[in-house]
Design a protein around this ligand. Structure first.
Ligand SMILES: *Cc1c(COP(=O)(O)O)cnc(C)c1O
Length: 386
C-alpha cells in the first residue's frame, strides 16, 4: 500500500510528514471567518492483502497510513454495531442499527483520531501534542496520549462541560482554559504550536484527524457486510462526516462496495453552518453558535468546504434539529434503547425522527452515536427540570 496526502481543493500531493498540515498553495486564499482552506485528505493506493471477512481489524489497519505496531496499547474502535429492538418497533425500521462509539476508552468517537495521531507521534518520536477542543477532542487526546506516554497540552473554552475538563486533568494533560469560544481556543492553540512546536492535533488542520475517523465507516462495513442505505451523523466541524465519506470512498474505490450511503448531516439549529451552506451553495458570515449540544457547537466549521463538497457530490442531506428535539431524543434513546448519549450524539435520533417519512421501511439505517451522556450531566438534567 502507498499513502500520501492530497489537497481536497487543488489536488496537489504531499508526503505524509509531521510538518505538513494544510495545503500551502490553497492556504493563501484563507479568509477570516471561513472554513479552513486546503484541508488535506489521505490517499491510499493498492488493495489490502487481507480480505475484510478474513480479519477485519487487519483489513482496517491495512488502510491506515501508520503501521499497526506504532499504535498505543489502548482499545480504540471496534465498537459494537447493534440492533435497538424497541426503537426499531417504535420507528417501524426493522433494519435500524446503532454504532455505539460512546464505548471508546474516553467515551467519544474522537478517540479514533487521537489514536492515529498518537501512533504517528510515536512513529516520528514526537513527545508533545497540542489541541484545541470544545471538550471531547481534548479529553480524548489526553487519555489516548496518556496511554501512549505523550505530553498533551490542551486549550478549551472555560465554559466546556466540567466532566470533559476533569477527564483531561485526570489523564494528566496540561489544561489551559480560554475565556471565549472554541474558535478562540483553536486560534490560541495554533499560535502556541507556531511558537513552541509540538504536533498540533486540531481537527481538520491535522489531516490525520479526518483519516482516523474513517475507521468508523470501515467498521460499519466489516460488521454488517455492506454499506448501509442511510447513515445519520452529528456535525460540528464536519470532520466525522468527512471521515465517514473517506471510509466509504476507500471501500468503493477498491471495489468492496458498489455504493456510498446517503449520509445525513445532523446539526443543531443554533449551529448549522454546513447545512445552511448546503442550501445556499456557500458559506456566509458566521452566526455565533448557541446550542445545548456543545460538541457540535462551532461558529466556523473547520472542515466546511470538504464536508459541503462531499454532501453535494454524494447526495447527502442536511437535517437541522432544535435543542428541544435533541433533549427529547436524548431521553428516548436512553429510555428505550438503554443508551445514554450526550446531546450532540442524541441529535442523530432527533434527525432520524424528523425525516422518518422520507426513508423506506426496508432501508438499512445506522445512527452514529458519538459520545457518552455522562460527559454533560447538566444538559441531561434539563428535561427533568421543566
Ligand atoms: C466532535 C464531536 C462531534 C462532531 O464532530 P465534527 O467532526 O466536529 O463534526 C459529534 N459528537 C461528539 C461526541 C463529538 O465529540
Amino acid at each position: 500500500m502507498k499513502f500520501y496526502y492530497k489537497c481536497t481543493e487543488c489536488g496537489l500531493t504531499f508526503d505524509i510528514k509531521p510538518n505538513v498540515r494544510v495545503c500551502p498553495a490553497c492556504k493563501s486564499a484563507q479568509k477570516a471567518n471561513r472554513p479552513l482552506r486546503g484541508v488535506l485528505e489521505t490517499v491510499c493506493e493498492g488493495k489490502p492483502e487481507i480480505a475484510p471477512e478474513v480479519d477485519s481489524l487487519k483489513f482496517i489497519h491495512c488502510l491506515l497510513p501508520v503501521e499497526r505496531h506504532f499504535f498505543p496499547p489502548v482499545p480504540v474502535g471496534m465498537t459494537p454495531l447493534w440492533s435497538p429492538e424497541n426503537l426499531r418497533k417504535q420507528l417501524r425500521l426493522p433494519n435500524l442499527y446503532i454504532k455505539d462509539d460512546t464505548l471508546n476508552p474516553t467515551g467519544s468517537l474522537k478517540d479514533r483520531a487521537s489514536y492515529l495521531v498518537a501512533a504517528f507521534a510515536l512513529k516520528y518520536k514526537i513527545d508533545d501534542i497540542v489541541v484545541a477542543s470544545t471538550g471531547n477532542a481534548a479529553s480524548s487526546m489526553a487519555g489516548i496520549g496518556a496511554a501512549a506516554g505523550l505530553n498533551v497540552k490542551i486549550f478549551i473554552p472555560a465554559a466546556a462541560p466540567r466532566a470533559k475538563m476533569v477527564q483531561s486533568l485526570q489523564y494528566g494533560a496540561d489544561v489551559t482554559l480560554v475565556e471565549g469560544t472554541y474558535d478562540l481556543a483553536f486560534d490560541k492553540s495554533i499560535e502556541y504550536t507556531d511558537k513552541y512546536g509540538g504536533l498540533n492535533r486540531n481537527t481538520a488542520y491535522n489531516p490525520l484527524t479526518l483519516e482516523g475517523k474513517k475507521t468508523v465507516a470501515l467498521e460499519i462495513f466489516t460488521q454488517s457486510g455492506s454499506a448501509p442505505d442511510h447513515v445519520f451523523v452529528p456535525v460540528g466541524d464536519g470532520v466525522i462526516l468527512g471521515g465517514l465519506y473517506r471510509g466509504f470512498i476507500d471501500l468503493f474505490e477498491k471495489g468492496y462496495t458498489d455504493r456510498i450511503p446517503v449520509i445525513h448531516s445532523v446539526q443543531a439549529e443554533g449551529s448549522s453552518a454546513i447545512n445552511r451552506a448546503l442550501e445556499t451553495g456557500d458559506f456566509s458570515d458566521p452566526i455565533a453558535s448557541a446550542t445545548i449540544a456543545d460538541s457540535i457547537s462551532v461558529d466556523v466549521p473547520r472542515n466546511g468546504y470538504y464536508a459541503l463538497n462531499m454532501l453535494k457530490k454524494h447526495s447527502g442531506r442536511g437535517v437541522t434539529v432544535t435543542d428541544d428535539e435533541i433533549l427529547k431524543a436524548q431521553n428516548m434513546l436512553a429510555s428505550s434503547a438503554g443508551l445514554f448519549a450526550e446531546p450532540s450524539s442524541a441529535s442523530v435520533l432527533a434527525g432520524l425522527l424528523k425525516v422518518r417519512d422520507k426513508i423506506n421501511e426496508k432501508d438499512s439505517v445506522v445512527l452514529v452515536v458519538t459520545g457518552n451522556g455522562l460527559k454533560d450531566i447538566d444538559a441531561a438534567m434539563k428535561i427533568f427540570e421543566k
